[in-house]
Structures are given as C-alpha cells and as structure tokens.
Design a protein around this ligand. Structure first.
Ligand SMILES: Cc1cc2nc3c(=O)[nH]c(=O)nc-3n(C[C@H](O)[C@H](O)[C@H](O)COP(=O)(O)OP(=O)(O)OC[C@H]3O[C@@H](n4cnc5c(N)ncnc54)[C@H](O)[C@@H]3O)c2cc1C
Ligand code: FES
Length: 232
C-alpha cells in the first residue's frame, strides 16, 4: 500500500509507522518498505481486524498514520560484505535497507524465506540487481529449507548481518551464528500499544536492562537481546 504524505520527510530503513486501522482499534505498527519522493510504502498480510480494515481501503482514501518511529539499521561506512536475512514479512524492512545500500560500495547477499510461495514477495517487488536466494518451508519456491540454514556458508564472508523475521527465525539465527563474531543487527517485533514509549507494552529484556522495542528499537544487536524471554 502506497501512502502519499506531503510535505515529504526523511525515513530510514528499520523505521515504522503506527497506522490507525479504523475507529475502535489501537494503531498497528508496519515497517516502512519503500519510499519515493512524498510516497511511502508498507506491505502487509491480512491476519486480523486491523489488516482486514486496511485491505478494504480504496485508492485516494485518507488514513491516519504516526511516524516515522523507532531507530534504524546502521549501514557501516566503507566497503563491507553484507548478509541480509528476511523471514516472512520481515522482508519489508530488509528490502528497504537493501534499497538504501549502495551496491557499488558494498557487496550484498539476501537470503529470503517464507512459509510457501504465496507468502513470498515476487522478485519484481524487490530492489533491482540484488543477489537473492529464496527458500520456502514447503519447497514451493526455491530450496525447501529454513532461511537460517542457508546462513552458515556465508559466515566466513559476511562482515555485517542484518535480519528481520519471526522470533523463531531470530532464535535459529542466534544458534547458527553462536560461534561467530560478526555483528548482527536485528529488527524485532513486539505487540505495541502506543508506539511512543508510553505504555511499556513492548518492553523486552536485554543485556543493558529492559528496553522498549518502539522507542529504543526496533533494531537491536542480536547478542544483546534475550530472545528466550520474548513471546512473539
Ligand atoms: C516494528 C513492527 C513492524 C511490523 N511490520 C509489519 C509489516 O511490515 N507488515 C505486516 O503485515 N505486519 C507487520 N508487523 C506486525 C503487524 O503490526 C501486525 O500484523 C498487525 O498488528 C496485525 O494487526 P491486526 O489487527 O490485523 O491483527 P490482530 O487482530 O492484532 O492479530 C491477529 C493475529 O496476528 C498476531 N499478531 C499480531 N501482531 C503480531 C506481531 N507483531 N507479530 C506476530 N504476530 C502478530 C496475533 O497474535 C493474532 O494471532 C509489524 C510489527 C512491528 C512491531
Ligand atoms: S508500544 Fe507503548 S511503550 Fe512501546
């Protein structure tokens, strides 16, 4: 869904919008998936009332959004081999990150997995010229595998890893990278009430104490986050 917002403002990969989905629901968080001049895109899957409401909006209708919110992925300066890992709708923020990475300076590989073919964004929806390996849980597109199982061969090459996806994927990533010292930035999901650091609904445990996904994140260093205590 493309949102036209004037005047245009800067957005960074990893940031998100809180979208008001009808009158009677709390705002729902959606990663920024792309931006062009004064247009900003989100990509979503209908899973409940809020996304069902969004899916019924017609072109030209006004919707109420709050943002951009949260911190962003930090792209290292200078030449770097970057491994991007996206699971399911985690592709939204990872695709936006890939859009912002200069492939003339950095070498980038994207590992992209989803449950099945219908849950994958088609290659035409992803940045041009990106080296992508697709996998699905059921083998309906690309290799039949978990996306984290593709990571080990790249651990000798990658100098920075970025990841976004379901909690199970991030736990898998932590396991397969346990012996590695590569810095890993992950964008986390949590149930959010306000998106503004007020309600404490998105608090998580980290090595530096409790942090709020909406305000201190959503991007964290994987090694700092206590994934075992998280629920989604
Ligand atoms: C920082 C951030 C970025 C996000 N980016 C996107 C995105 O780009 N695209 C997208 O489709 N979704 C994204 N989400 C998740 C999105 O906010 C939820 O899918 C949305 O709130 C669902 O609203 P709903 O009213 O349709 O469903 P609800 O009625 O709220 O929930 C329906 C079902 O989905 C589950 N669910 C709800 N929220 C989440 C969640 N955060 N993670 C896992 N399961 C959930 C519920 O447990 C329930 O089973 C993001 C969440 C966060 C925190
Ligand atoms: S969602 Fe309210 S504090 Fe983070």
């Amino acid at each position: 869904m493309w949102l036209k917002i004037s005047p245009a403002f800067a957005v960074l990969p990893g940031q998100f919008f809180m979208v008001k989905c009808g009158e009677n629901l709390l705002r729902r968080p959606f990663s920024i998936y792309s931006s062009e001049d004064d247009k900003y895109a989100i990509v979503y899957r209908v899973v409940g009332q809020g996304t069902a409401w969004l899916s019924k909006r017609k072109e030209g209708e006004e919707i109420n959004i709050l943002g951009p919110l949260g911190n962003s992925f930090e792209i290292p300066e200078g030449e770097c081999n970057m491994l991007l890992i996206a699971g399911g709708l985690g592709i939204a923020s990872i695709s936006f990150l890939a859009e912002k990475i200069s492939t003339s300076v950095h070498r980038v590989k994207l590992l992209y997995g989803a449950h099945d073919k219908d849950c994958l964004l088609p290659p035409s929806f992803l940045p041009d010229g990106l080296d992508i390996e697709f996998v699905t849980d059921d083998g309906s597109f690309g290799q039949k595998s978990l996306v984290t199982d593709l990571a080990p061969p790249y651990l000798g090459w990658a100098e920075q890893i970025f990841a976004c996806g379901p909690l199970a994927m991030l736990r898998g990533l932590k396991k397969v990278t346990a012996a590695s010292t590569i810095p890993i930035q992950v964008s986390l999901e949590a149930r959010m009430g306000c998106g503004l650091g007020v309600c404490y609904g998105c608090a998580i445990k980290t090595k530096d104490g409790m942090k709020l996904v909406c305000h201190d994140g959503p991007v964290f260093q994987l090694e700092n986050v206590d994934l075992e205590s998280m629920a989604i």
